[in-house]
Design a protein around this ligand. Structure first.
Ligand SMILES: [Zn+2]
Length: 264
């Protein structure tokens, strides 16, 4: 699936790696955090940017934890797991075989947001405990924890949107698949819902870009870039959902699960 993938390490036999496109995301996140008005304004510049880099790397680690949730659950229900890969739009758990039952698909899919939910709970507890730590290190740690808490909460909620091929969309498909016993029909319906939501996300992104299109100051530029980002993710989801719907509508023989990749 990824031709320019770099392998980092094995976790319980699962290869964890990144596509080179994720470097762009890393740079964007570091830039937007470092320019954020509330991001440790009283600290020396080197420490602010160092903390921004750490925030971006910990965001990547959060995505890996989400994908490993999918991967370990897949393995637990008898699906072969190949690897976990970070790429331009987040992460993906690449599975080698298919979850051939709705409940297997639902468990594999639900485990990603569940892993992120557990991470949010742990981060919340650590954030509360870290209030007592003072000084520059305390301020940096607290800012990082708050950022990770917010971004992981948003990640869990975003992934649960029923926009196939996001996790919420896959869960919707599993429910439809279970109710009618028709995998092909469930995939087409979930993909249609995904297309509508993806179009809404693109429109929202364009509105954000237009709304903040008047100024070049860093915070507003950051908001405009985030709008562009929503539109890009929306375009990726729109393309995926349209391709999947078309493949399943066009080919009557395609009655079994297609790719069981579970995007973040
Ligand atoms: Zn996921």
């Amino acid at each position: 699936m990824f031709r320019r993938r770099v392998h980092f390490l094995h976790i319980a036999g699962i290869s964890v790696g990144a596509d080179v496109s994720s470097v762009l995301v890393l740079l964007l996140v570091v830039w937007s955090l470092g320019n954020r008005p509330g991001w440790l304004p009283d600290l020396p510049s080197a420490m602010r940017w160092g903390t921004a880099l750490m925030g971006a790397l910990l965001l990547f680690l959060s995505i890996v934890i989400h994908e490993l949730g999918h991967a370990f659950a897949a393995r637990a229900v008898g699906t072969e797991v190949e690897r976990v890969t970070l790429f331009l739009f987040g992460g993906v758990a690449e599975l080698r075989s298919e979850p051939l039952r709705p409940w297997r698909d639902a468990i594999t899919t639900g485990a990603g947001p569940a892993a992120t939910g557990l991470l949010v709970l742990i981060l919340w507890l650590v954030t509360r405990a870290s209030v007592a730590v003072t000084g520059d290190i305390g301020a940096a740690a607290f800012t990082l924890l708050q950022y990770l808490l917010t971004i992981n909460t948003l990640l869990a909620l975003f992934n649960l949107a029923p926009a196939f091929p996001l996790d919420g969309g896959r869960l919707l498909r599993a429910v439809l698949w279970q109710s009618k016993g028709d995998y092909r029909w469930a995939t087409v319906v979930a993909a249609r819902v995904g297309t509508i939501l993806a179009a809404g996300l693109i429109l929202f992104g364009i509105l954000v870009v237009l709304r903040f299109g008047q100024t070049l100051a860093a915070p507003e530029l950051g908001i405009r870039l985030s709008g562009l980002w929503y539109a890009l993710i929306g375009t990726f989801l729109l393309r995926s959902s349209l391709q999947i719907a078309q493949a399943y509508r066009a080919s009557p023989s395609l009655g079994s699960p297609e790719s069981s990749n579970a995007p973040s």
